[in-house]
Design a protein around this ligand. Structure first.
Ligand code: AMP
Length: 363
């Protein structure tokens, strides 16, 4: 069994990995790290939960240690993801003040960020919009950033960040190393790789989202009061494993307890559950110990379980694109699948956005 030792990281990095309890690389790390350490471009087809953050952060940190005049940039679609990546790189860099990352995201003080940027941090973790704001006043901000990571590239494109990404790419030096991570490889993402990457090596973990033509989609209009009754009716009428999405961790817990009180075998996952709890929930669900898995959108991308017969959107997602990822959890490996939405009157606007998106994608 392989360990991180095979990569011969500098001792300081090895020490921080130990402190974090990382012993064995995950699949994406095992495949992507050697390519990235060699300075080559990488396309990682992997979702959150696969260990992709370390897969790009580790080689980036190591390469920057060897190239003291270069800097690195990580772009992420959301503030939350940028914060998580920033936190991880901060831990990884430990006492090495050279590698302390700076977080450049919207919603935070521009002036504070300017003060941080004046100290010339060698790793920036940014959302595209805010970084472009800084580029306007400091066009040379990125001219030593020879390592670029685009994390959740598909989501950045879905969120309409292509113009900002182009602006940022123009401000970056050539040659550079580009690493791109994406859960899906739709034509828009592919186009980006042709434009901005040099002979990338593709590493894939799990099956990418399948086209969704095989999914039968249905909608039931209901009210908050009747939602639970309708859900019970639907569960009774359907056969096979069911993945239910809710909006929040709290609602995931509450709905799980409610369904358990009716005798259903239910597992649940959300961001507050430990890695071990999540693994047990997913394994138990995959093996059929639990018929139902209740989850937040944490499961909308990562989950690759063959036998999910139904996806029920108890709540709609916060971002339209997540709807496609959610329903893509069924109909995997050529099987059919059903997706159901329970819509309440206040879902109207989000449902309209979702419908527009799914029409565009010819579902
Ligand atoms: P990510 O997909 O990067 O969000 O990582 C998912 C979770 O797995 C995070 O909590 C990481 O800290 C953890 N993780 C990533 N790589 C490893 C590893 N090699 N060993 C143990 N935990 C890991």
């Amino acid at each position: 069994m392989s360990t991180f030792e095979q990569f011969q990281f500098p001792p300081s990095i090895g020490k921080e990995l130990n402190a974090m309890g990382f012993v064995k690389p995950t699949l994406i790390q095992e495949k992507a790290i050697p390519i990235a350490l060699a300075g080559r471009d990488v396309i990682g087809m992997a979702q959150t939960g696969t260990g992709k953050t370390a897969a790009f952060s580790l080689p980036m940190a190591v390469r920057l240690m060897n190239q003291p005049h270069q800097t690195g940039l990580v772009l992420a679609p959301t503030r939350e993801l940028a914060m998580q990546i920033h936190e991880f790189i901060k831990k990884l860099s430990g006492k090495n003040s050279q590698l302390q990352p700076a977080l450049i995201i919207g919603g935070a003080s521009m002036n504070q960020q300017l003060a941080v940027l004046r100290r010339r941090p060698r790793i920036l973790v940014a959302t595209p919009g805010r970084l472009c704001d800084h580029l306007r006043s400091q066009p040379k901000l990125l001219n030593r950033s020879s390592i670029l990571v685009l994390d959740e590239a598909d989501r950045m494109l879905d969120m309409g960040f292509l113009p900002q990404i182009r602006t940022i790419l123009r401000a970056l030096p050539k040659p550079r190393q580009t690493m791109m991570f994406s859960a899906t490889f739709e034509p828009e993402v592919k186009k980006l790789t042709h434009e901005f990457m040099y002979k990338p090596e593709v590493v894939t973990i799990g099956a990418p989202s399948k086209p969704v033509e095989k999914i039968e989609q249905a909608v039931i209009q209901t009210s908050h009061k009747e939602k639970n009754d309708i859900l019970l009716d639907e569960l009774n009428a359907r056969q096979g494993a069911v993945l239910i999405f809710t909006r929040t961790k709290h609602r995931t817990d509450r709905l799980s307890r409610y369904l358990e009180s009716y005798g259903y075998k239910v597992a649940r996952i959300h961001g507050d559950r430990s890695q071990a709890q999540r693994r047990m929930a997913i394994e138990g669900f995959a093996r059929g110990h639990f018929r139902i898995l209740v989850a937040t959108d944490i499961a909308s991308r990562g989950l690759d379980i063959e036998n999910i017969a139904h996806v029920i959107n108890y709540d709609l997602p916060q971002v339209p694109e997540d709807y496609i990822h959610r329903i893509g959890r069924t109909a995997r490996n050529g099987r059919g699948g059903q997706a159901l939405c329970l819509l309440t009157p206040d879902d109207r606007q989000m449902w309209r956005s979702i419908s527009r998106l799914t029409e565009r994608k010819h579902i």
